[in-house]
Design a protein around this ligand. Structure first.
Ligand SMILES: [Fe+2]
Length: 397
């Protein structure tokens, strides 16, 4: 990482009593102005691949109208005078002329607010790192099945001023379709419009994969077989191809794997799982999960999140995916003391029996793991009404 320090010219200019201040006032009288906030990226997205107490990934999207801007980001701790300049890299946005610019900041201080900007012609934003311990509660919001055009969930999430958001798949509903790339534009628009507070704080988002992140031949069922094959050849598609996911999101773990673990120091781990979308539940992923849980025996808060539920609220209980999760993952959760798992698709959360009565402030219903299912139909409006932040306090229940 290039961490060359540069001078924050704005702050120098406006330092009280400086000679430069008078110079600038004169300059403004003859028509010179401060650098304008003329650069406005098409999207801003913050997430993590490594420990959220000391790192932050910042993505910003640019279009051809922005020109060939260098991938430079300035940041500084709130209260510091000098900006630090860092240089990142970029990749193409699949099936788009957008560019995804990315910087990962490392060696940050925990529980600290930082300002950042995309050059001198950019608005300033800010973020805060996660705390090093749980002396103070942290708040995150989780849910899934968001939308490219309805941003209600994002708006509601922000009313809780969360430290971060955890989305459990089925994000933009683009279905991996190159001709639905605008769905992703709409999804990122929602992030930009609603996940930035009035004072410029950008809320990080961690995502899991869902079935609507994959291309499916059935998605173009209005075409003839020949037309569908031609469509797939044209865009280099295959059934269940995660067309956008790995390009759009920095993700913890191995490249092009939609399962990984994010460790918040030694007090919390979020385990992102792939419920038969890009990787099979059985085999390598389940073996990996067992190792991850074993290695974190001393971690007091472990939260798996995945898309298809083990205990569906209205889909078939005996369906293949849900059965495989109950047979392969749930026993691991129980053996390793996992108390809460976040499910989506048609079910927001399930709490293992050991988690009930722990004083965890979740208002969603609890379910058994013995095969009995409460057939509660949970629709988005219902989720919104019971959308509750998960407040976590120090210690293991
Ligand atoms: Fe789904």
């Amino acid at each position: 990482m290039n961490r060359n320090q540069i001078i924050n010219r704005n702050q120098k200019r406006w330092a009280p009593g400086s000679f430069l201040m008078g110079t600038l006032i004169m300059a403004s009288l003859i028509g010179f102005v401060q650098p304008e906030e003329s650069f406005d990226p098409a999207a801003i997205f913050l997430t993590w691949q490594s420990d959220p107490t000391t790192t932050m990934i910042i993505d910003w999207h640019t279009t051809p109208e922005h020109g060939d801007r260098p991938v430079i980001l300035h940041y500084k701790k709130v209260g510091d005078q000098e900006w630090i300049e860092t240089v990142g890299n970029y990749r193409g946005f699949p099936h788009s002329d957008r560019r995804i610019n990315r910087v990962e900041l490392r060696r940050l201080e925990p529980a600290t607010s930082y300002r950042f900007r995309f050059g001198e012609d950019s608005r300033e934003y800010n973020f805060r790192t996660m705390p090093a311990d749980l002396n103070e509660p942290i708040t995150f919001v989780t849910g899934g099945d968001t939308s490219h055009e309805n941003h209600d969930m994002t708006e509601v999430a922000m009313t809780y001023d969360p430290d971060f958001i955890l989305w459990g798949g089925d994000l933009a509903y683009a279905n991996g379709d190159p001709e639905r790339v605008h769905y992703w534009y709409g999804w990122f628009d929602g992030i930009k419009q609603h996940l930035i507070s009035n004072d410029g704080r950008v809320v990080p988002v961690v995502v899991a994969i869902g079935n609507h992140e994959l291309f499916g031949e059935r998605r173009i069922s209005d075409l003839s077989v020949e037309e569908a094959l031609e469509f797939m050849r044209k865009y280099n598609l295959w059934d269940d191809k995660p067309t956008y996911f790995f390009d759009l999101f920095a993700f913890p773990g191995r490249q092009e794997m939609a399962y990984g673990v994010l460790d918040f120091s030694d007090y919390m781990s979020v385990v992102l799982l792939d419920s038969d979308h890009s990787s099979s539940i059985t085999g390598a992923q389940s073996g990996w999960l067992e190792a991850v849980l074993s290695e974190r025996a001393g971690t007091p808060h472990i939260y798996p999140i995945y898309h298809v539920p083990a205990y569906p609220s209205h889909r078939s209980y005996s369906g293949g995916t849900q059965t495989r999760i109950r047979e392969n993952w749930v026993p691991l959760f129980e053996r390793h003391g996992v108390r809460v798992a976040f499910e989506n698709h048609n079910r927001p959360v399930f709490i293992l029996p050991s988690g009930i009565g722990c004083g965890i402030d979740i208002t969603w219903p609890a379910f058994n793991t013995n095969g009995s299912v409460d057939f509660i139909e949970i629709k988005r409006t219902c989720i919104l009404k019971s959308f509750t932040p998960y407040r976590m306090t120090t210690g293991k229940c």
